[in-house]
Design a binder for this molecule. Sequence first.
Ligand code: MN
Length: 428
Amino acid sequence: MNSVTKTAELNGLTKKAILTEGPELTKVHVRLDDKEQLRKRNRSSYTVHFTRDTGMHKVLTIDVTLSPRDPKAPGQFGHPAAVPDDKQEEAKSRWKEGNFNVYLSDLIPVDRAIDDTRPAGCSEQLVHNDLPTTTIIICFVDEVWSTLLRSVHSVLNRSPPHLIKEIILVDDFSTKEYLKDSLDKYMSQFPKVRLLHLKERHGLIRARLAGAEIAKGDVLTFLDSHVECNVGWLEPLLERVRLNRKKVACPVIEVISDKDMSYMTVDNFQRGIFTWPMNFGWRQIPPEVIEKDKIKETDIIRCPVMAGGLFSIDKKYFFELGTYDPGLDVWGGENMELSFKVWMCGGEIEIIPCSRVGHIFRNDNPYSFPKDRIKTVERNLARVAEVWLDEYKELFYGHEGLILSPSAMVNFTFTADHGLGQNGFIML
Ligand SMILES: [Mn+2]
């Protein structure tokens, strides 16, 4: 086996590399020379395994910290954290700041380690060397400081730097003071992080569009503001988009406990589905189908609809689709709208089991609605039904569970004229 040191270039980033020639793989130990990325990091290298002929490498397993990792810190390694006895009252009173255990979140390191929960085989998978770059878009309104920071750090610390064009944080007119100058100041230490403070409340849907409009990456990756991206999460998503730019790739959404902040994996083989009247849900692929089709844990899962919070989409394709219907208000139904549009316009929605991102699920959605929450969501869904469901919209209106009458919902005007050459529905 020969070993040579030379300077190599990988996707525009100059690196000193030690090449070790082996029988099948060329192992490349890469030293990053990007000072911005290395600042404050205690790790300056990672290993890339390039195959010699195919232009591919094994998914990078990157996990860096800002300071020497404290193995005894609360919540470290994704373990459950506990509120000390004398802090119970304080923890209780702070719950409402985010509808989860905010007190514990503040105790846990913003760059804690979590278990690599990927199914066996994921770390051996190959992805292309020339993956597209991505802009990460994280929208928030009054998000808790420590969970927002943990979301951003998990992206910075577990993504190959050359694939992150930028991280855009869209502040949807938050009222919390700490999300203004203090956040700007904190994020100024990370040159790739950009803040966009909206001057009025846009709602999640229009806030995402504001981020998308200024994004410079090839792919848009939308994330919630209370997540933790796991190791190797990004490349498998971008690989799917590289394979076909009309693929919309979603990670498996794992669970960060709202009570003890522990990071928990979820059952495999879950698909995103909806039940009438267009409620999103998860359903496991039946065991007999898994057996019959010999589906493996690492296999891509095609889904009729996506949950909507976390996904990667080719930027040009997103705009070709007409982005989100701007007539949708605040939050709700936008995942249905985009899902229907993708499938009817030549695309596919996939869950990528080798990409895992933890998310704090809460009993009460603290997202504030300027108007009535249920009415807003139902109007959004009716709009989606009117535009995309053709005669199937009767199933939506005809179903129990809606509080508004159809006439109360359909009092908006359509401007939909996508000209997309879709199939499966009639243009209104
Ligand atoms: Mn969320």
